[in-house]
Design a protein. Structure first.
Length: 423
């Protein structure tokens, strides 16, 4: 029987999900809410914002949608999955209570402490004076993190007291992030290689996906401000099967168990952002959803039916699902951004070259929309150009060839994605 699916969200992550779901032999109709210019080729667009919980519930009922997959964190933090489950609609995504693992950095730290999960030392603060005192206690450099959801803008690395004071002023006094910054974590700065490990869980069984590395700073050599992500690759040489098992054992499984002990069951994707330090892997953050841009490089490597996998998650049948099979080789994704991002940028610029990509190259849309007969830019991160190959060098070459085949006014591409894997 064909399965109708709704993918909630509008980014390249959601385009990648739609693209992979469309390959399933059991896929029926695919809907997106709201989607983008890229998803429109594969799915029917519903004119809803991802955060419109009531609207999504209404459309799921009206259109006989069998499975909903939630991409972004905000609708999960607003309880979208709870609303759907309350009406017996299967969904891939955690409850509002479980989504606090991302929507409250302070609560996440409390869960990690109770689970004995290795992570950076931190102190929660509600005033400028408390932040300065915590910074002195932990020792520079420190990381300031807004407690709530901040769309990738809630983390500031501070090397001096002046930078600490400026960041604390921005969060706590100027309220640049609104209520998300009412509480600030002052955190120990961890050094090492950053990796992402995403795992699917139905509440009991936990299945890891391929590890990946993303690049958060806008500039080459990891310079400039943080972004939503400028590129990613999988698999990193530093994370073998033994390390994946160790991260599952020491981090993901105990965190899920600690949440269950508080009466919070987790069903969906748990994303562990890890730092590989000299003393072992430590958690930087947890996210309650698929990563972006990691999803764009992980899904092309999956040699399995994503729809069947999601059904197993939603219906608590993951233990019966066959072991995941992955393509050998590597996958690299490069983000094409608007000039000026993550600061001020302009939109509405026509995008050229989407019909003349190199063979094997794939492009996932993010900040795009149709304007009459043109696809134009509509956001900071516009596209992710992806290449898969038998090795990292080949995958990287295809990803950049794909990125270079596309042009729009102000296009910016970071040129060092996955380069360290070749050095």
């Amino acid at each position: 029987m064909a399965i109708n699916v709704l993918v909630v969200g509008a980014g390249a992550r959601e385009h990648a999900l739609v693209w992979k779901l469309a390959a399933s032999s059991r896929i029926g109709r695919i809907y997106t809410a709201p989607g983008n210019a890229g998803t429109q080729a594969l799915a029917e667009r519903l004119p809803l914002q991802a955060t419109d919980v009531d609207g999504v519930l209404h459309e799921v009922s009206r259109r006989s949608i069998d499975l909903t997959v939630v991409g972004p964190e905000e609708p999960l933090a607003r309880g979208l999955a709870d609303h759907l489950r309350a009406h017996q609609y299967p969904v891939v995504g955690p409850s509002q209570a479980a989504a606090r693992i991302e929507s409250s950095k302070v609560w996440a730290k409390q869960v990690m402490a109770s689970a004995g999960v290795p992570t950076a030392r931190s102190i929660a603060c509600n005033s400028l004076a408390a932040v300065m005192a915590a910074s002195d206690e932990i020792g520079l450099p420190v990381v300031l993190k807004a407690d709530g959801l901040a769309a990738g803008k809630g983390v500031v690395i501070c090397a001096t007291e002046a930078e600490v004071a400026d960041a604390a002023q921005m969060f706590l006094v100027d309220r640049a992030l609104g209520s998300a910054g009412e509480t600030v974590l002052v955190e120990e700065y961890l050094q090492g290689m950053e990796v992402s490990l995403l795992a699917l869980t139905d509440g009991e069984t936990v299945v890891p996906l391929l590890p990946a590395c993303d690049y958060k700073r806008v500039g080459e050599g990891d310079t400039g401000p943080n972004t939503g992500g400028m590129g990613a690759y999988t698999p990193p040489k530093a994370v073998d099967g033994t390390m994946v098992e160790a991260i599952l054992r020491d981090t993901i499984v105990p965190t899920l168990a600690a949440m269950r002990a508080e009466g919070v069951s987790y069903q969906g994707v748990l994303y562990a952002g890890m730092m590989l330090t000299e003393t072992g892997p430590k958690v930087l953050e947890f996210n309650c959803r698929f990563g972006d841009p990691e999803t764009q490089v992980i899904l092309p490597m999956l040699n399995a039916d994503l729809l069947e996998l999601f059904v197993a998650v939603a219906k608590e049948r993951l233990a019966r699902f066959p072991a995941l099979d992955w393509f050998s080789g590597a996958c690299v994704g490069v983000v094409l951004a608007s000039g000026g991002y993550p600061g001020a940028y302009t939109t509405g610029h026509p995008i050229r070259g989407l019909e003349t990509l190199p063979e094997g190259g794939v492009v996932f849309h993010a900040g795009t929309r149709w304007r009459v007969h043109d696809i134009v830019t509509a956001g900071g991160r516009v596209l992710t150009a992806v290449g898969r190959g038998p090795d990292m060098a080949t995958a990287r070459e295809l990803a950049y060839a794909t990125a270079d085949a596309i042009d729009f006014e102000g296009k910016y591409v970071r040129r060092d994605i996955a380069l360290r894997e070749l050095e």
